[in-house]
Design a protein around this ligand. Structure first.
Ligand SMILES: Cc1cc2nc3c(=O)[nH]c(=O)nc-3n(C[C@H](O)[C@H](O)[C@H](O)COP(=O)(O)OP(=O)(O)OC[C@H]3O[C@@H](n4cnc5c(N)ncnc54)[C@H](O)[C@@H]3O)c2cc1C
Length: 563
């Protein structure tokens, strides 16, 4: 059945294209989808992959956007070719329910050759419509936003623009970047009545102009508090990554007066992860920024008092109170403290590259940078899961992604699904036994020097970006000695506190699980010795720690216990 509705005559909007071998099922699908989405999208389809490809090629030649390709599982070759022609189209596999690991959906999702799947038969059409709406709106969101809440005017390559982009991306604030050298950039400055002597300039939708903004300036401009005006509460949580945000959701929802302090903005490391595939409940993965933004919103609605751009710089024990001091000189006193400060990326330590951080050299994979890597040759140092995920994500945009691995293999340090996916991604290059030893460029990264330790050879290669993902150090330097940490700086908790040589545990009970060597001070997430270093485990510890905080508070003041 060739050419169902395939004329280019009247297009209602971007195309939703269906390929289904079963002609009667195709006919029904097209009718159902047209009924629900036909006002905004042009629904087309075919039962033959060859004929479908001809239509898709015709659409590409006519520059007609394709929003979504819904394809049954035996048309995967078509899907690959169609996606080359329409790279922004969402790819949805139509599969039969089959919970075996050999289902085509499993491989397609792992290799990134499909974005979503729909299982048939569906019990009611609304389920299918709901899923399709979600996939279509994800496509719509990714198209160029026509409303810009903020406009950034700066010099091309200014490293401070990275921080600005990061803030806007984390808060889902649509923004546009206008190089000061461009006509649009100059016009924006003229209209705002300012010159280009101090950049970057951020112009808000309502005309408010912020020149060379600091982090607190930006946080204020997006509407979040940067000043703590609560000086006493029941629990202070330090760090707003997955562990701290979850602890805030649970603590506030269980009636504890909760203050959440964060030195930057919410999200932690998870907020920089483009796609978290292993977080339960999101079979197609979820952007770390979105997951964290929702959790932050939830913590706030539960009643947590959230303060950004405020670093905790000291912790002190005063009787049964724990006092957290902040960088701005203020302090907050609580009956319990949860430390959820995570880790800081380990530095490569090469001065020429450190000088280019933000100008082509990045610690971690900045979500906001991946699109900017379109058709570039980029490098990643590292061999863990974060490096693996970043490789696959960047490979969608970059011309080549070279993974620089010091060891002879990366199979031991990376999950096997990532190893499989990397090895079947054609534009990924693996360089084993290799180290980045130098690099440079004129204001931004242009080249790297790689040393091959087996061939004993040094080579300079052109490079547009370097992503460094070699693990990190826990954020615990601000804590007093009384809060015990191991040789790497990770906080010791639970019964292991008693096993630490020289520990002075002076309480009349043993430490609770997740409790540090200072009674009433708990640790959750990556900062804790022995933690799993995953989003879900940080979330689990964030929820668990609140139950333990209750136990501590109950013992301190039984009448106030909530459980
Ligand atoms: C690029 C990337 C991709 C990843 N992908 C995945 C994945 O796909 N799946 C997965 O399960 N895990 C993934 N991870 C790991 C996961 O993100 C972490 O395990 C998780 O974020 C740890 O959560 P946390 O809350 O313990 O710490 P963090 O996320 O590190 O958050 C700690 C927060 O504390 C703040 N802070 C630190 N010190 C202070 C202070 N003194 N005062 C105030 N605030 C402070 C920090 O600014 C930070 O916001 C990824 C990590 C990265 C970097």
């Amino acid at each position: 059945m060739a050419g169902l509705l395939d004329s280019l005559g009247e297009m209602a909007g971007p195309v939703l294209f269906v390929v289904d071998h079963d002609t009667s099922s195709l006919r029904e699908l097209l009718a159902d989808l047209t009924r629900r989405f036909g006002n905004d999208f042009t629904v087309q389809g075919d039962s033959s992959p060859e004929a479908a490809l001809a239509s898709i090629e015709k659409l590409a030649r006519a520059n007609e956007p394709v929003a979504l390709l819904l394809v049954d599982d035996s048309s995967s070759d078509f899907l690959a070719r169609a996606h080359e022609l329409h790279p922004s189209a969402k790819r949805v596999l139509l599969v039969d329910r089959d919970y075996s690991s050999t289902s085509p959906a499993v491989q397609a999702m792992a290799l990134g050759s499909a974005d979503y799947h729909i299982v048939r038969p569906w019990s009611d059409d609304e389920m299918m419509y709901g899923a399709m709406s979600e996939y279509l709106s994800s496509w719509t969101r990714e198209q160029d936003p026509n409303f810009e809440l903020f406009r950034i005017v700066a010099e091309e390559g200014d490293s401070r623009v990275l921080q600005l982009r990061d803030v806007m991306t984390r808060f889902s604030m649509p923004f546009g970047f206008y190089p000061v050298e461009s006509e649009a950039g100059r016009r924006l400055l003229d209209d705002a009545g300012i010159d280009a002597s101090r950049l970057p300039v951020v112009i808000r939708y309502d005309g408010q102009v912020i020149v060379d903004p600091s982090l607190p300036d930006l946080a204020r401009a997006v509407g979040v508090s940067v000043k703590n005006d609560v000086d006493t509460c029941e629990v202070v949580i330090v760090g707003a990554g997955p562990a701290g945000l979850t602890a805030a959701v649970y603590a506030a929802s269980e009636g504890l007066e909760t203050v959440l302090l964060e030195q930057v903005l919410s999200g932690g490391q998870a907020g920089t992860s483009p796609l978290i595939r292993n977080y339960p409940g999101f079979p197609h993965g979820i952007g770390g920024g979105l997951l964290m933004e929702r959790t932050c919103e939830q913590a706030w609605l539960m009643g947590a008092h959230i303060v950004f751009a405020q670093q905790a710089v000291a912790l002190e024990r005063l009787g049964d109170r724990r006092v957290v001091r902040l960088l701005d000189g203020s302090e907050v006193s609580a009956r319990a403290v949860v430390i959820a400060t995570g880790i800081e990326w380990r530095r490569l330590g090469i001065p020429a590259l450190e000088a280019l951080v933000g100008s082509g050299v990045f610690y971690g994979a900045a979500v906001s940078e991946s699109r900017a890597m379109q058709d570039q040759d980029v490098f990643i140092v590292g061999a863990g899961n974060s490096a693996g995920q970043a490789t696959l994500h960047l490979a969608k945009h970059a011309r080549t992604v070279t993974l620089v691995i010091r060891a002879g293999s990366y199979a031991e340090s990376m999950s096997s699904y990532l190893v499989r996916a990397i090895e079947s991604t054609p534009n990924v290059v693996l360089r084993h036994h290799t180290e980045v030893v130098d690099g440079g460029g004129d204001g931004r990264l242009e080249h790297l020097t790689l040393a091959d330790r087996v061939r004993d050879a040094v080579e300079e290669v052109p490079a547009a970006a370097l992503f460094i993902m070699i693990g990190g150090e826990p954020h615990t330097q601000w804590l007093p000695d009384e809060v015990e940490h191991d040789a790497q700086g990770y906080l010791v908790t639970g019964r292991e506190v008693l096993e630490q040589p020289g520990t002075q545990w002076d309480h009349d009970r043993d430490p609770l699980p997740l409790e540090t060597s200072m009674p009433g001070v708990f640790a959750a997430g990556d900062v804790r010795q022995g933690s799993i270093k995953r989003v879900a485990s940080a979330v689990g510890e964030g929820a668990t720690v609140v139950r333990l905080v209750h136990e501590h508070l109950r013992e301190a003041e039984p009448a106030h216990a909530t459980d």
